[in-house]
Design a protein around this ligand. Structure first.
Ligand code: FAD
Ligand code: DLZ
Ligand code: SF4
Length: 520
């Protein structure tokens, strides 16, 4: 009797814990395209293509290497539509002596897997996902006795643990003397910026077949499909990584927070889709970045910034997710209840920054971190949009979105719905910030320097409206409390003007015609 190894859509790693050490003649790998996963939210069309195409390529690669792969396609006649249903059918077909599966990335899927030992008449072994540097249990140990869970503290531990960018006789000092070089980053866009084109991957026959399937079965889902260009194999993902290390890492740090209308890549790695599928190894990428620094091919501020995003933020949000689930999903500390505006789906708004970020989201199933945070997220925070609707929007629209990484970023980082467990203060900003960091405002119907009334950048009055709505909570926060003195110094008419302008703007927001959010 064989061992059954179900490999989920984001576990496309040859060295996956459940595959390591297994022999080909007594293992059946099970892969399943299922309706439940493809529709539990109405994912962007490119996200479904990416996952199915990568799954099919991975299965073909395993078969070529001599593994037995039992693969269910979405359209197979007897497809039960769920992961558990498909494993049950595979159990009937193969009568395994055991099932070995790596824990799921998402809480919802993990809950289902944890029922398998009761459902199936064989041993079920659920293995830790060691593609992450920090296990869920390790994060819990780190987090449980702390008052605050700051990323920076966690990140230093990860630097020590991995030895990345560490120096000194005992290897316990940060390279260059500082842990963090963000002071040298955060540059606004420069006129002479000329980011190179990143490699775009033409769909092959396998991917084209999936594109046709998605066009046929998911036609009503959000997003463009004819611009699909994501890497779908490990080889393609490696090529994308090579191009990043050869051409873009040098300027990655300084321009990490810059935004330019119509420039959808800038100096970002664009590797999150491959990392999250398992096509690339996070530690390997960090080691390559450290080598670029050691070889003199990239400055420390860029390399440290990149390493921090991966062994810092990426690992931290994953630990944070498991530490705070399932409560995080329902958190709404600021009691935000407004419906998501229609323009998040259409891009039809006079606010040039939002329109460009939504266009990139629609065309590429991608937007940069700063666009997700300071434009789309900042607006949702200031306008008081319901966390549940914002969460589902982010989970739907980005090709790299899985709940373990999306939810902490949305609920905790942008919406402060967790009451400050992740961020020390809400990431609230007026139009001034976007004007400084982008070229959006020069092409906008609104003016960032106009504070209230006709033609004023809506972020300006919305900022004060938000700060005043939450004064009771935020005034005692040492990082933002001081701004209330500015408000108190304004004359009464000006203050009223801000609040009236914000109210007038909020009244113009048209709720999305159709709610795409989950209703549970
Ligand atoms: P780069 O700028 O090149 O960064 C390198 C890598 O660092 C990324 O590939 C990613 O793996 C990692 N990283 C950077 N920031 C974060 C972060 N905050 N959290 C986790 N990993 C990070 N990233 C996702 O992978 N999936 C999501 O669903 C997702 N949702 C987000 C929602 C919001 C509201 C915000 C503010 C951020 C979100 N991010 C998410 C993080 C970040 O925006 C993307 O990882 C990044 O834009 C991907 O593009 P890139 O590969 O070019 O990243
Ligand atoms: C997101 C997704 C989609 C669209 N489809 C599948 C699928 O058909 N089969 C599968 O195994 N996984 C899919 N996924 C990923 C899962 O929904 C889930 O996000 C991950 O397995 C993490 O738990
Ligand atoms: Fe965005 Fe305001 Fe600038 Fe327009 S003026 S692009 S709305 S920040």
């Amino acid at each position: 009797r064989p061992v059954l190894v179900p490999v989920l859509g984001d576990q496309l790693t040859r060295t996956l814990a459940a595959l390591r050490g297994r022999t080909k003649d007594d293992t059946v790998i099970v892969m399943m395209e299922v309706w439940d996963e493809a529709t539990y939210v109405k994912h962007h069309k490119q996200k479904i293509v990416l996952i199915f195409a990568a799954m099919r390529h991975f299965a073909a690669e395993l078969e070529q290497a001599g593994w037995t792969v039992d693969y269910t396609r979405l359209d197979d006649e007897n497809n039960s539509g769920s992961l558990t249903g498909e494993v049950a059918r595979a159990v009937e077909r193969h009568d395994p002596r055991a099932i070995h599966i790596v824990e799921a990335g998402e809480w919802r899927v993990q809950q289902a897997i944890e029922e398998w030992p009761d459902k199936f008449d064989c041993e079920v072994d659920i293995l830790s996902d060691d593609r992450f540097v920090c296990s869920i249990a390790d994060f819990r140990d780190w987090a449980q006795d702390r008052d605050s869970l700051r990323m920076e503290t966690f990140y230093r531990e990860m630097r020590r643990r991995t030895g990345l960018l560490m120096t000194g006789r005992d290897g316990d000092l940060p390279e260059g003397g500082e842990w963090n070089y963000d002071k040298q980053n955060r540059k606004p866009p420069a006129d002479d910026m000329d980011p190179p084109e990143r490699p775009k991957f033409e769909p092959d026959d396998i991917t084209r077949e999936v594109i046709a399937l998605v066009q046929d079965r998911f036609a009503d889902h959000f997003g463009a499909l004819d611009t699909f260009h994501w890497p779908v194999t490990r080889e393609e993902a490696e090529e994308a990584a090579d191009a990043f290390f050869a051409e873009r890492i040098e300027k990655f740090g300084p321009y990490q927070d810059a935004m330019v209308a119509g420039e959808d890549d800038l100096y970002h790695s664009m590797l999150s889709t491959s990392l999250n599928l398992g096509l690339l190894d996070p530690l390997d990428l960090c080691e390559r970045a450290a080598k670029a620094y050691a070889d003199g091919n990239a400055p420390l501020n860029s390399v440290e910034g990149f390493v921090r995003q991966i062994i810092g933020w990426r690992e931290y949000v994953r630990g944070f997710y498991w530490f705070h689930m399932p409560h995080l999903q329902k958190a709404n500390a600021l009691d935000a209840r407004r419906a998501l505006p229609e323009f998040y789906w259409t891009g039809d708004t006079d606010m040039a920054c939002l329109a460009d970020c939504i266009r990139s989201t629609r065309d590429n199933a991608h937007a940069h971190h700063i666009q997700r945070l300071m434009v789309l997220g900042n607006f949702a925070l200031l306008a008081g949009i319901s966390p549940r609707e914002v969460q589902d929007w982010y989970l739907i629209v980005y090709a790299d979105a899985y709940e373990w990484v999306e939810l902490p970023n949305v609920a905790a980082m942008i919406l402060y719905a967790d009451d400050g467990k992740l961020a020390t203060k809400p990431y609230a900003a007026s139009g001034n910030y976007i004007n400084k960091m982008s070229d959006y405002c020069s092409g906008c119907a609104y003016s960032p320097s106009k504070k209230t009334g006709e033609g004023a950048c809506p972020f300006n009055p919305l900022y004060w409206h938000f700060m005043i709505r939450h004064r009771d909570r935020l005034e005692s926060n040492h990082r933002v409390g001081r701004i209330y003195a500015n408000w108190d110094r304004m004359d009464e008419a000006k203050r009223q003007d801000y609040l009236d302008s914000a109210e007038a703007f909020l009244d113009t927001l048209v709720p999305a015609a159709k709610t795409w959010a989950r209703t549970d």
